[in-house]
Each structure stands twice: as C-alpha cells, then as structure tokens.
Design a protein. Sequence first.
Lengths: 194, 337
Amino acid sequence: MISLFIDTSLEDVSIALVKDDKKLSLIHENIPGKHSIYVTKYIDDILKENNLSPESVDEIIVVNGPGSFTGIRIGVTIAKMFAYLENIRIVTITSLKARVIGEKSNYLLTTIDAKHGNYYVGLYDENYNTIEEKFSNEEEIEKLINKFSPKIVDREKPYNIEEIVKYSKKLESENPHSVNPIYLKLPEAMEKKC
Amino acid sequence: MKDVYILAIESSCDETSMSIIKNGSIEIATVVLSQIDIHKNYGGVVPEIASRNHIENITIVLEELLTKANMNLDDITAVAVTYGPGLIGSLLIGVQAAKTISLVTGKPLIPVHHIIGHIYANNLEERLKFPLIALVVSGGHTELIYMKEDYSFKKIGSTLDDAVGECYDKVAKVLDIPYPGGPTVDKLAHIGKDTYNLPYPLDDNTYNFSFSGIKSAVINLVHNEIQRGNKINKEDLCTTFQNRVVTILTKKTMRAIKEYNVKTLVVAGGVSANLGLREKISEECQKENIHVSFPKLKYCTDNAAMIGAAGYFAYQKGVTADLTLTAMATDTIYKDW
C-alpha cells in the first residue's frame, strides 16, 4: 500500500511517500511563494527517487487547510486531480490536526497564526476527535485552555507522517470532486456583505 | 499525419473551461462553467471567490468534458493551459490541474498565453491567413499584433491604461447599468444619437490606445449633469461614447493593416462581440478589400476551445513546459517562439 502525503498549507511544504506504515521518503522545503512552481515537480521527483510510477500510488492524504489560501488550493487541486485520474482513495486532514497526531494527552491544542491578532485553533481529544477547529483570537483560545487544560502542541513541531498515515486509515475515502480546501474564513467581500 | 488532440484548460478569470480540439481547428467538445451569477452580486469579479469556485469545479468540468467527448485521456496528445495573463489565484488552479494531468499521464504540457488563445479562436472558424493584423479587445486587453506566420507575434501597440472592455464596464457602472454592463452599452448605443461632447481617446500617430481619459470624461459629465439637476440621456451618451471608441479602434487598426501590408484582419477578445465595432470594422474592411474574421459569439468570451486551437500550433512549434510551469498575472511578452 503506497500512500502519498501532500501538505502545502504553510510556507513549509511536505511531500512524503509511505509504504504500508513505513516512510520511504520525505521532501520538506521552505519555499514561500514558490508552491505553484515546485509541488508537482516534488511529487514527480519523490516517485522517481523510489522507482515508482504515478499508477503505483494507492491513496492520497492531503492537508486541506487552514493556512495560506493559495497554498492550500495548490495542494488540494493536485491531490483531487491525481486521485480523480487514478481513481484512488483520497482523504483530507486539517493542518491543525495533522500537527497533533502522534502526541499523547487527554486534550491537545494547537494554533496557526492568521495575522492581525487572529489564529486558527484546533482542539482535540485523546483519539484526535475534533472538539473545535475555528478562526479565533487570543481571548477565545485562553478560554479553551482554561476549560480543557490541553497539552499545547508547538507550531514548529514537525509532522509525524507515519502516525498520520496510520490515523488516516480510519477515515472514509472521499469523492475527489468534493475534496475542497477548508478556509475557516470567508472572503473579505462576503464578510462585508454579511 | 496522425491526428493531434489537445486537452485545453482555461481558468484565467471567472470561467472554468476545458475543451478537446482536434488538429487546431475542430472542436470535439467544450465545457464552460461560468461564475457570472455569483460575481454579479459584487458588481465585478472577486478574485478570492473566483479561485474558490475554480477549485470546486475543476475535476467536475474534466469529467463532464470526457463524457461529452466520449474520450479518455489515453486519446489525448498533449495538455494545453492558459498560464497568463489573468487573475493569479484563478490561473493557478488551471495550471496545477494541467501539471497534474501531465504528471500522471506523461503527456506533454503546453503553456498558452491567454491573448494568443483569443486570436486562435478565429482558427476555429476558418484557417488563419498570414500575414495578418490581430486586434485584441477585451476586459483586460487592447492590443494590435502583427503575425507573419503561425505562432509568430509582434505587438505593435497596446493600451497605456484601461482596457477597452474595462472602460465599457466603468461607463456602464456610472450609468447604473448592472454588471457586466458592456453589452448593454452596445445595445443602448444602437438606439441613441451622437449628441454629447466627448473627446477622441488618444487620436495620435502611434498604435497605442488610452481609455482612462474618455472614461473620466463620461464620469464627470454624468456627475455634472446630476448636480445641475439635468437628466442624462443614457442612449445618447452610450452612442456618443461608443462612436468615439470604435472610431479610434478602427482608425488605428486600418492604419496598421496598410503599413504592414496585410490582407487579413482578425478581431479577438470579449469586446469583439460588440456590434458597433463589428459593423464599423466590417464596413472599412469591405472598402479596402481586406478579409476580416470575427470569432463566433460563443468564442468571444473566455473559453478553453481557443486555448486548444492555439495549443496545437504551439505544439507544432515545439513549445512545451516542464512541471515547474507557473501562472503569471501579467505577461505581455510576445516572443517569436
């Protein structure tokens, strides 16, 4: 079973190949503003590096947000098109949950800076079930911390990709047509209208 | 010779479109998913909303296309995609989709300039005859291009500020005509009379255009009349405005035809649907015995069929890209590929 993991939600891009539960390769690069150029090439490179063809990929795990709007669209477009063309299993995981997987505690919390004093926050139980994933601010996050006393997972913590792949086995395969980014935030033009 | 089937993708603005074109001239099938009803609510295209819609539509449009064409990707020779110019967030979706198709199928990837696509829309009507002058008029472009042969481009003039289509939409806006107002201005212009005092935009001996002046003149005129408590005669103002614009477009185009000694004129882009422009240019071309070609109305707006037609000639010239191809919001380079 070959799994292709794609995360382009932040400045750091991660592309990984996992065979069964073992990581074959990982491409991890900090390429701010260059996702559009390199991500498809990285996928090509990682497959060739392992002497694998695109057809040999059995499933795709894609991080669908939150994060940079453009970043997540790049990863998700590639992932859904790849899965559609090869007719393979595709599952999505949020950038927040991907980071806490592999950590152990009754409650887990992590955040992503969304600029101007705003954050995306994710709160999970010990089985990584989502309690809260939303666009938030320091005050609200403080409340969550007081209420749940979660373990706070550092923003710099690298993904545990093998654990993510293991976790993703529990998820139901999605229809590539309906795999889309989760933004947790409306476009400004729509906010003004609301 | 083996038939060449190009799968083409266009997503530069608010249309998600894919098409399969045979040998640069025969449309096998095209799907266009327009978001116009969504953006209408905002009085224009909202880039972030456009990107969000493209990604939701992208695989659905491909599936619909393959079903409509009754083909699968094994039948395709190469994948062509609009890489620019346009809205960056919108272009990106098409480019990433095309790169993924190329990666998975191993088919060559062909980058197509949006304007070159508009010109080649005319090749879906009848084979282009060279040398020719192309007048490209749309919401984002106003350009005169000389083509010596297939896939050879020399830009001889362009707008220094607003594109002509953009100017039409702004004039429509000040007259409270709902977005997209350009076609309505054209309609009203056919009813009214040329009674207002408006300047001719950049009436000089270059091949460049400028439409911000006449746009401001219309806006000022409307505001002044409102302040004086006078009623605007929309039809007459549209007629006057359209006469000025069409006169200059036609005048400079006809001069280019003479100077470059060509017998063919190709009009392309969204504003090539404008009836006032079609009538005036056809009339002048008839006088001068110039063959003029306008795209079919369905090819005037953004569509992937034109990208497939252009993609074929790019492919013949050996124009391909690798997987590092990216989208470009502003790319005005016309190189001799």
